[in-house]
Design a protein. Structure first.
Length: 806
């Protein structure tokens, strides 16, 4: 419109300039046309328009009139009018100045509208960025969303987000956007360095760089490296990530062109920085909670492992495995104190698995020092390691080392050694957990050692300190399972032992047993298994040499007994002699039961057919048998080798079961007798049926089933067998009523018979028979439980199984 007004006055060109910038538009009349064009690439620098803007005075230069455009006190630009002649220009000065005043209002309105639009867009960006941060949980994704939203309103080439790591006093850049590519990084620099990032993190004050000269007091543009001045970005903003009074990191935007950022960009970045600070705080809290959960889980798992296992190797492996969840350590060593050495390596855990110890795996001086003083040693840098005297003693690539004592009360039992190639791998929280793990492991070592001592004690006869019945049978089973050639057993008893007790008293009888035990130990080899088998019986297992080795042992023993008489209370030496039977594998049997039974048979033969003997639990007082009862037992023992082994087993088990059930003396004796004699009726069954290696035919089975009633007829008139005879008669009844001979069910079956049924069935499963191979104890217990309530009394089965677990 203005150009049309001035066209009649010879206007050639009209240009509106903004302050410090390019021309907005012009009307070129020189060509005689009316073409309008934007000339935003023009500049007032060095032109007369610049002088008018600077001086706020109208300039008339030849055919040009240049009037400043001012709104109140603000200079917004200049109006430049070029006329065809100087007089025409002079005549239009007043008109141009008035037009400049009118344009000032229009430009101010336009400027305000543009500012409002920019502010609105900035608010939208901030809101969108904050919403993205509020809904996110993963820091890299949050930072990438912030980058995308900021890119809508700020033109930058690089974006860096870094967080402070208080434990290591470092600033770690974890998000970097440059060259159009976002990526996760882990770039660290000390918080005490003089780069802009650490400075902002330390002071909590922002930095605004408009030109490379602003970097003169800093040597880096990012938190990861120093750059030469020629490579520094011209523009940058570093803003602190503050959450309350704490500075959690920094955010920085950078651009290659000078003057890219101003106060608007800085103001826009501030609320986003606060949102990022909250996101980092939330992430730190989540990580802390997760770490706490893991730590609690590890401590619970360690405690559970230590409570459930008492074998040192497995305990150490579990401790090391759980420790790997807590700390970064490629190698974990455990060393224990020993009587013959101050400290000895016992376990090495590498890459999530136990590995054999090497010759060079020896305790370091610092490990010895921790074991001696009981004070943990934590080093988180090479400098700390050198100062403490641990220059990578076990590995050359370690940058952090933690050595904690294995403590049980005031006792130091060893040390746990962890090392990491990463610095600051063991901050205070992790070090405290390692110390707690060391204490748990120390308790485990104590428990393991106590268990070993208790296990050894439980395997020993308390009177003679020889192996007991159970331990020697386990050892014999192991040797036979290993198919060790030349295994032999010697079963012997002290002749006329009852005379020692009845004539001189039980204390003399005990001393006689101790004397025999000493002579046996002195005559046996280091690898021989020497035991008190039961009562006055001793069982010696020789791993090699066969019958010849056993005979040589007996010669040595008898010679030693001749020279070692027992001192009687009257001072007269009492000679002691033993009867013995020898059996060797495989000629006399390939199972422990058949070998012992064969040795027992030869023991009886040596005693010229005198009454047979039955062994009881080591050192345990056992019910005595009347002559009639022992006569019945002799008949059973002479029936077959299996019956001998079976009787040995059920007699011992019956006494254990009675104790577990809390039976009184009368019922204990009844259960013992009922267990020993429950199969007495089999002496009336033909040997061809008793020892048949295959399944019985129906007719043979009927004959076999008669043994319950035949046995009852044999024992019911014997004194002291009133209750036990019920077990003989009913031990094949079933609680579901499907047993024999009468098909009784549940409580109708006498309790003594229900007890003996379980003992008899378990023995039948775990001992070899001609027609049945023994199964493991656990499998037998499983079968008892499976048949509980059908074949066996449901109340007695759990008690019996717990007895076996003891």
């Amino acid at each position: 419109m203005l150009s049309h007004e001035l066209a009649a006055q010879g206007l050639v060109e009209l240009i509106v300039w903004r302050c410090g910038g390019a021309g907005l538009c012009s009307l070129d009349r020189a060509s005689g046309g009316a073409a309008e064009r934007d000339i935003c690439d023009a500049s007032t620098l060095g032109r007369p328009e610049g002088a008018a803007i600077a001086t706020r005075q109208t300039q008339v230069l030849g055919g040009a009139v240049i009037a400043p455009i001012a709104f109140e006190t603000r200079i917004l630009g200049a109006l430049s009018a070029h006329f065809s002649s100087e007089p025409r220009a002079a005549a239009a000065v007043t008109h141009i100045e008035a037009s400049a005043e009118r344009l000032a209002t229009l430009l101010e309105v336009s400027r305000l509208a543009q500012c409002n639009a920019t502010a609105s867009r900035d608010r939208e960006v901030v809101v969108a960025a904050l919403q993205a941060m509020a809904g996110g949980t993963e820091l890299h994704a949050i930072c990438d969303a912030v980058r995308r939203h900021l890119g809508r309103t700020i033109d930058f080439d690089c974006l860096v987000v870094a967080r402070t790591v208080s434990e290591s006093q470092e600033l770690e850049a974890f998000y970097l956007y440059e060259s159009g590519v976002p990526r996760e990084v882990s770039i660290r620099m000390p918080l005490g360095s003089d780069g802009p990032g650490p400075t902002v993190a330390a002071t909590g004050q922002s930095l605004l760089f408009r030109h490379t000269s602003d970097w003169q007091r800093f040597g880096a543009s990012q938190v990861d490296k120093d750059l030469p001045p020629s490579d520094l970005p011209a523009s940058a903003i570093f803003a602190p990530l503050r959450a309350g009074a704490a500075t959690l990191g920094i955010v920085s935007i950078q651009a290659e062109r000078p003057g890219a950022f101003g106060y608007r960009e800085h103001a826009l970045l501030e609320p986003i920085a606060e949102g990022l600070a909250l996101a980092i705080a939330r992430s730190n809290l989540q990580h802390a909670n997760e770490d706490a959960r893991i730590e609690r889980g590890v401590m619970v798992d360690v405690a559970r492992a230590l409570a459930q296992d008492i074998h040192p190797a497995r305990v150490f492996e579990e401790v090391c495995r759980q420790t790997r969840l807590l700390v970064d350590s490629p190698d974990i060593y455990i060393a224990l104190t020993h009587d013959d050495a101050p400290l000895r390596m016992v376990h090495h855990f590498c890459d999530a698995a136990a590995v054999p110890l090497e010759a060079e795996d020896v305790p370091s001086p610092r490990m010895l020092d921790v074991a001696r003083k009981g004070k943990p040693l934590i080093c988180n840098t090479r400098a700390e390691m050198s100062a403490a005297g641990v220059p990578s003693e076990l590995r050359t690539d370690l940058n952090s080392v933690a050595i904690v004592p294995l403590r049980a009360g005031y006792a130091i039992l060893g040390v746990l050694h962890c090392g990491s190639p990463r610095e600051h791998a063991y901050p205070a929280s992790r070090a405290d957990l390692l110390i707690a793990v060391g204490e748990q492991a120390g308790i485990a070592v104590t428990n393991a050692r106590m268990f070993e001592a208790a296990a050894d004690h439980s395997n020993r006869d308390p009177l003679t300190n020889l192996l007991n019945h159970r331990a020697v049978m386990v050892g014999l089973q192991r040797l036979l399972a290993e198919r060790t050639p030349g295994v032999a057993v010697v079963l012997l008893d002290v002749e006329a032992f009852r005379l020692f007790n009845t004539t001189f008293g039980h204390h003399v009888g005990d001393e006689a047993l101790r004397l025999v035990a000493r002579c046996i130990r002195g005559s046996a080899g280091e690898e021989d298994l020497v035991s008190r088998y039961g009562g006055d019986e001793f069982l010696i297992v020789l791993p090699e040499g066969g019958a010849a080795s056993a005979s040589a042992f007996l010669d040595r023993l008898r010679a030693q007994l001749v020279t070692s008489p027992l001192d009687s209370p009257s001072g007269v030496p009492i000679p002691i002699s033993c009867c013995a039977g020898i059996a060797a594998a495989p000629a006399d049997g390939t199972t422990r039961e058949t070998l012992v039974a064969a040795a027992d048979e030869r023991l009886q033969a040596e005693r010229n057919g005198s009454h047979a003997r039955i062994s009881y639990a080591s050192g345990r007082a056992h019910p005595t048998l009347s002559d009639a009862q022992e006569g019945l037992l002799v008949a059973i023992l002479r029936k077959d080798l299996y019956t001998r082994a079976h009787i040995h087993f059920v007699g011992e088990t019956a006494l254990d079961f009675a104790e577990a059930l809390g039976l009184d003396a009368e019922m204990t004796r009844a259960l013992f007798l009922g267990s020993l004699l429950h199969d007495v009726g089999k002496i009336c069954i033909p040997d061809t049926i008793i020892s048949k290696p295959s399944s019985l035919a129906p007719a043979e089975r009927k004959i076999m089933q008669r043994h319950t009633m035949l046995g009852y007829e044999l024992v019911r008139g014997v004194d002291g067998m009133d209750i036990a005879s019920l077990a003989v008669l009913h031990h094949h009844e079933r609680v579901d009523g499907r047993g024999y001979p009468y098909g009784l069910a549940a409580e109708a079956i006498p309790s003594i018979a229900r007890m003996v049924t379980i003992i008899d069935a378990f023995s039948a499963m775990v001992l070899d028979r001609p027609y049945h191979k023994a199964i493991a104890d656990d499998a037998a217990k499983t079968e008892l439980r499976r048949c509980s309530g059908r074949q066996f009394d449901a109340g007695y089965v759990p008690i019996f199984c717990r007895l076996l677990d003891a």
